[in-house]
Structures are given as C-alpha cells and as structure tokens.
Design a protein around this ligand. Structure first.
Ligand code: AMP
Ligand code: GLY
Length: 425
C-alpha cells in the first residue's frame, strides 16, 4: 500500500521511520516533510492544509492510507473533506473529523465533553463578551493561582497561570476585549490550578475500541531544571517512572475508557490518535487537555518503544477492527534530547548549515530531524526545534547520555540542547 504522511516535524520523521518498517508499506510520501523524512520516503512539496492539492496527489499516486501528523489540517476538516469526496471514498485516513477535533481546537468543547462523561479534570467556567462581568466576579472570588485558557488554538501560548487576582482580571480583559490571542481568546475558560506532575498518554482509536501506546513525559521549558520560557518540547522520556501499573490502571478506567465511550456514545467520527495531557495530583490522574494527534517530541520516544507494526495498527483503526488488536512494547527505556536554534523560543535564524550528520550513530541511537531542510544539497536549519537524538537504554540516565554524546558531534551556529532531560528520575 502507498502511504501519504502529512506534516514536517520530528513527530513526522519518527512516524515515517516506523511506517517504512512495515511490510505493508510500499511507497511512503511525506508532505511537506523535512531533510530527515527524505531518507524514509519521498518528500512532496505540498501543504497539508491545501486539501485539493492533497486530493490530486492521493489520486495520482494510488495512495491507500493518509496519516495526518499535526492538528491544523484536522481542525480545518481534512477528514470531512475526504469523507465527502466521491473520488476519495476508498482512501483510509487517520485523524478525527473537524467536529471531533474540537477536543483539541476548543478548550470549552473539551471541558463540556469531560463534564458530560465524568472524566476527572479541573473545575471550570467559560466566559465571553456576553458574560464578561460575571467572569470578573468569578475571578475575584477564585482561589489562586487561577488558570486562564484561550478557547481556541493559540500556538501553545494561550494558557496563563495567574498568581494574583489583579493579574487574572487584567489578562481576562485583554483576552476577551482586546483579542490578546486573536479570535482564539474571544472565549476564555477559567479553571482551577492543579498541582502535580504531568505526563502524556496516547491511545489509537477507531471510535469504539482503542489500544494504549507507551506513555511519555516531555520537558517543555527552554532552561535546565524546567526554567524559562515554554517551548514545543525540549526532550522526552518513556516509560514514565511514576506512572506505575496502579496509576496506569486508574488512567485507563477513569480517563481513557470513559473518553472512548463518550466518543462512541456521541457518534464522533474519530479514527486516530487521542493525546491525553494528564496531571497526577497525589495518586489521582486529571485531564489537563486533549489533543487529536500524537505529541512532539513524545512521538520520538513512543514510536521507538512500539514493537508492533504501525501500519497494521493504523489499518485496523481505519477499518474499525481495533478490538482484535493488542500492542507489543519494547521493554527498554527510550529518551530523546532536542537541539534547537539559538534564540528559540524567541526569534532565531534559519538556513544555517548543519554538520556532523554523517556520523555513524551507535545501533541504539536514532536521529530524527524536526526543523531541517535542504539548500543547494546541504542540510540546513529550518525551524526552532531542529533535530533530536533518541536513544535506548536500561535507565533514563544511560539513554540520555547516549543522546547527548551523539548531539555533541552535530553542530550549527547557535546549537542548544538541555543536558538535564530526565533529571528528576
Ligand atoms: P494546555 O495548553 O492546556 O496543555 O496548558 C499548557 C500548560 O499549562 C500545561 O502543560 C500545564 O503545565 C499548564 N496547565 C494547564 N492547565 C492547568 C491547570 N488546571 N493546573 C495547572 N497547570 C495547568
Ligand atoms: N509535546 C506536547 C505537544 O505535542 O503538544
């Protein structure tokens, strides 16, 4: 079968690496891809949100399966576009409908869904211009810190944790009345602050049944010791030491099962990955957020730990046959360390030549490209997060050390990576 993977980050390189290992994968195309995905298949210069162009490519190249990496095409309705087009009826697609993708695209939609299905999450209220004054009153009596979330997609910046009531009221006003996050903050979810430790759990579902993939923990802050600005993710580890069997059983029973039951009960068209952003408070799991796709950089440790054939899993999901499937995990630890551009997550340069990519990595290390491209035959930087090395090990420390050693052989102007991924374990 010919497969088209949409996206261009480290997540997509890890997915591409895993997809081409399957005997069921004939040709793999990645649109638009990066310099790393070009080594797994054929990069195609088309945008994942240009649906007519995607259709044209799918029909001309006999694509049987489309895998959607990032959220944007999903939130914009790529799955509905495929379902409604007579020429695309036979093409399988991994990713939920536009309606279901609101679990990621609208915080209020996600909170209402969790409320309907009794899924543990922080207490909340939602406000917009029509009940602005009620919102201010609500904030004035709310315990601190208090969490303000722009309802819509805000490039990972739409969540504010406010330490004082004055700050909360001021931010609330800027979000709703001054469009601080544009259209995304016309509505704001105000929720209670939960204190605990976060992890990411992933399920693949056909809308009725599901399989749970290896869990992971990512490191979002730019600085060592989890300091400084938020980033897309500076590294990840899997498995997560505090997510023991008893805790994961609670996650399954209190969160994953009721979520999938909810999707089914409400007739969501949901074939694809569900990303549960969780927080462990005491011994109890709570949902911080849903995403309708895999995480990045979590995928760069989850795929290496997935021993099962990914194409078989995706076909089972797309054909509604996941109840017959189980998953094999690699028992080893996998850790990834992300190298970023100098200045990231602020302004940074692109197009800088990368050297050291031809080194022979140890057998238990993998190089995944994120923001890279090819200019005049030379691999260059093309994003904030540039590339990462995932390594296997018997412990987190051992795996992280291998990744750091490999990254030290790679250079470009301004290269930076955290040396302390997994430090707390
Ligand atoms: P989100 O975009 O919903 O994942 O939020 C971004 C980050 O804000 C999360 O990864 C958490 O670190 C933090 N956060 C969000 N909601 C809460 C909450 N209710 N309590 C504590 N931290 C939160
Ligand atoms: N690593 C978090 C995300 O992919 O949203």
């Amino acid at each position: 079968m010919n497969i088209l993977l949409l996206g261009s980050g480290g997540r997509e390189h890890a997915l591409a690496w895993k997809l081409v290992q399957s005997a069921q994968c004939d040709q793999l195309f990645i649109a638009p891809g990066n310099a790393g995905t070009a080594k797994c298949g054929t990069n195609v210069a088309l945008s994942a949100t240009d649906f007519p162009a995607v259709k044209d490519f799918v029909l001309k190249n006999g694509i049987g399966l489309v895998v959607v990496g990032p959220e944007e095409p999903l939130v914009k309705g790529i799955t509905d576009f495929f379902r409604k087009d007579a020429d695309l009826q036979q093409v399988l697609i991994i990713g939920p409908s536009q309606y279901a993708a609101q679990l990621e695209g609208s915080k209020a939609f996600a909170k209402q869904f969790m409320e309907r299905h009794n899924i543990p999450t922080a207490a909340y209220r939602e406000f917009d211009a029509s009940n602005f004054n009620d919102g201010v009153e609500y904030l004035k009596q709310h315990a601190l810190p208090v969490v303000l979330k722009a309802d819509g997609l805000a490039a990972g910046k739409g969540v504010l944790i406010c330490q004082t009531t004055e700050e909360a009221v001021s931010e609330f006003e800027q979000m709703i009345r001054q469009s601080k996050f544009g259209e995304a903050s016309r509505k704001v979810v105000v929720e209670a602050f939960l204190s605990g430790i976060e992890l990411s759990v992933f399920a693949l579902t056909d809308g009725k049944s599901y399989v749970t993939l290896p869990e992971a923990k990512d490191y979002k802050r730019i600085g060592e010791g989890d300091t400084g600005l938020n980033t897309g993710g500076m590294g990840a580890v899997s498995p997560v030491p505090f997510a023991d069997a008893a805790f994961m059983k609670k996650v399954d029973e209190q969160i994953i099962k009721p979520t999938i039951k909810g999707l089914e009960a409400e007739n969501f068209d949901y074939t694809g990955f569900v990303f549960f952003g969780l927080i462990k408070v005491g011994e109890e799991p709570f949902v911080i957020e849903y995403n309708c796709r895999m995480g990045d950089p979590e995928t760069e440790v989850v795929m290496p730990r997935l021993a099962s054939d990914l194409v078989e899993l995706l076909l089972a999901a797309a054909q509604g046959k996941l109840q017959h499937v189980s998953i094999q995990q690699d028992p080893r630890v996998a850790c990834t360390v992300m190298a970023v551009s100098g200045g990231y997550p602020g302004d940074y340069e692109k197009g800088l030549p990368i050297s050291g990519l031809d080194q022979q990595l140890p057998a238990d290390s993998l190089l995944f490209h994120a923001g890279t491209g090819i200019k005049n035959g030379q691999t260059v930087t093309n994003g904030g997060r540039v590339l990462c090395v995932t390594s296997y090990g018997n412990s987190i420390g051992e795996a992280v050390n291998k990744s750091k050693t490999a990254l030290e052989q790679i250079s470009y102007d301004g290269i930076y990576f955290r040396k302390d991924i997994g430090y707390e374990f």
